[in-house]
Design a protein around this ligand. Structure first.
Ligand code: AMP
Length: 535
């Protein structure tokens, strides 16, 4: 077949930055400084400082292919480094500061970070790990340190702002193959060492374009987006890139992630859409409820990372008129791979039925395909009932882990470790993680479903379910509850509540009341911690 006769230009992140500067140069970026105040500038300013940073990185001796780590909040300096590092042909490795220090040392060394950028908050952490990261030739503090004493003892220390002050703002972004590595993110690694996912420029640019579609984030200059999801968690679901493609005002919350600070920021900056894991929204809504507040500008919220409880969807929609966009994705899928939405017909259903639909993880976005298979790898029917392992493939799905010697793919598909159903309409629902599903007497109980029902009880703030060994049934569910402040709730009452809503054999025998549930680095409930203590 003859080739078409069109230009072939590589899809590069520097192209995204140049587009944003040229088309949306005056669109604002608002960023919370690590020490508290808000900083504001424009896309054009961000592009200029990214060029300065590209010079500064070269002045540190870095060259194309080198890896630059970051241990940082969502702020404008971190944003500049996203573009400067990848735009120069280097690899941006965002590190999760909430990893255990041993894991942090492991990923910095495994990735071969040559320079690490860090926020002053993390100076004690850097001090603790620096000696064990011998390959790092410069530690660069982003912005002002609270005091020089806080930084004392950090080897090869540089100040980001001083480096930039000295640098020219004229820089020609290099052109290279779009399959070049742009960014690196490690999985949270609850078992074994974290695994690195090395994103290409092409994957990120395609994902960013797709994320701007109306069915996803709908980003345009009419929107103001607040990614609460950290820039160290799958590149903040690529919002730092997609906002620049679409031209949306970008609001970066820095270290202040409590409900009160987020609410205040949303209102003062006119945020129309935000994105984060369910536990963040739980804290935000608790604040809003307690103070009888309303959202005056926020219209949509994108939620993912773990299942969005139906009770929370109901609150957002019924009480606050905020539309919930429930998405599914993983480190291995660059960002969102499926997204829930209501069809025009579903919009006229009763509220509870609409919420049932929105609790599902939805349809694939353009560029991604999914299927569900049984234990033998055979496709299972798309009937919305039969469960199996979710497999995914597409333009921005991992093919091999960084420095991995074997491919995780099975017949070209990535096995996600999630158990799901897909219905005839293509709507996917996550039922559990393979390792979380409770196998009792040969049948499966979805821990997510059970948690969802428990969360409908008005006295329940948080709920988690794990499987514990049982001599008769193999496993039985054990329910953990965090009560709402000042609520009274005893085992019998919550078990009765469940008995009215789920099959009898699903109802746990025991409930453990806790003051809080263990949360992992990205704000998800850490069932592995619960298992260690209670299994
Ligand atoms: P991570 O790579 O750390 O973001 O973890 C990815 C995993 O989070 C997925 O494999 C799912 O198990 C889980 N996950 C992500 N989004 C959702 C969602 N909307 N509902 C349920 N689980 C989710």
């Amino acid at each position: 077949m003859p080739h078409g006769m069109m230009m072939e230009l590589p899809l590069l992140l520097s192209g995204v930055l140049q587009h944003a500067e040229a088309q949306f140069g005056q669109v604002e970026v608002v960023s919370r400084e690590t020490h508290g105040p808000l900083f504001r500038y424009t896309y054009a300013d961000c592009a200029k400082r990214s060029r300065q940073l590209a010079h500064a990185l070269a002045s540190l001796g870095l060259k194309a292919g080198d890896v630059v780590g970051s241990i940082a909040w969502n702020n404008h300096r971190h944003l500049e480094s996203y573009y400067a590092v990848s735009g120069s042909g280097m690899v941006m490795h965002t590190c999760n500061p909430r990893l255990h220090p041993d894991q942090l040392i492991y990923i910095i060394n495994h990735a071969e970070d040559r320079v690490v950028l860090f926020d002053a908050t993390f100076a004690p952490l850097v001090k603790a790990i620096a000696a064990q990261c011998p390959g790092v030739m410069a530690w660069v503090c982003l912005g002002d340190a609270p005091s020089t004493a806080a930084l004392e003892g950090i080897p090869h220390l540089h100040s980001y702002d001083t480096l930039l002050d000295k640098a020219s703002d004229q820089f020609e972004w290099p052109q290279f193959d779009e399959r070049t590595a742009a960014a690196l993110c490690y999985t949270s690694g609850t078992t074994g060492n974290p695994k690195g996912v090395l994103y290409t420029h092409r994957a990120i640019v395609l994902n960013a374009i797709s994320s701007c579609l109306p069915g996803l984030l709908n980003l345009s200059p009419q929107e103001t987006i607040l990614p609460v999801v950290p820039m160290f968690h799958i590149n903040a679901w690529c919002i730092p890139y997609s906002s620049f493609v679409g031209g949306a005002k970008l609001v970066l919350p820095g270290p202040k992630l409590d409900g009160a600070s987020l609410y205040e920021l949303m209102e003062s900056e006119g945020v129309t859409i935000s994105a984060g894991v369910p536990t963040i929204w739980q804290a935000l809504l608790a604040h809003v409820e307690q103070h009888h507040l309303r959202f005056t500008t926020m219209r949509r919220t994108a939620v993912g990372g773990s299942a969005m409880p139906k009770a929370l969807i109901a609150k957002f929609m019924d009480i606050y008129q905020v539309e919930v966009r429930h998405g599914w994705g993983m480190t291995e899928t660059t960002a969102v791979a499926t997204m829930g939405a209501l069809s025009p017909q579903q919009r006229s259903l009763p509220a509870a039925a609409q919420q049932d639909h929105l609790a599902k993880q939805g349809k694939t976005v353009f560029g991604v395909s999914i299927k569900v298979v049984d234990e033998n790898g055979q496709d299972i029917p798309r009937d919305g009932q039969t469960q199996g392992e979710l497999m995914v493939r597409g333009h921005w799905i991992v093919s091999t882990y960084h420095k991995g010697d074997t491919s995780p793919l099975v017949d070209g598909w990535f096995p996600t470790g999630d158990i799901a159903t897909i219905d005839a309409d293509g709507v996917m629902q996550i039922r559990d993680r393979v390792k979380d599903v409770i196998k009792t007497g040969g049948e499966w109980i979805s821990s997510i479903d059970l948690e969802n029902v428990a969360l409908e009880h008005p006295a329940v703030a948080m709920a988690a379910v794990i499987g514990v060994e049982d001599p008769k049934w193999g496993e039985r569910p054990l329910l953990f509850i965090v009560r709402k402040p000042s609520a009274t709730l005893e085992s019998a009452e919550i078990l009765d509540f469940l008995a009215g809503k789920v099959a009898k054999w699903w109802v746990p025998e025991r409930v453990v009341f806790l003051d809080a549930l263990p949360l992992g680095g990205t704000g998800k409930i850490q069932k592995s911690e619960l298992r260690k203590v209670y299994r």
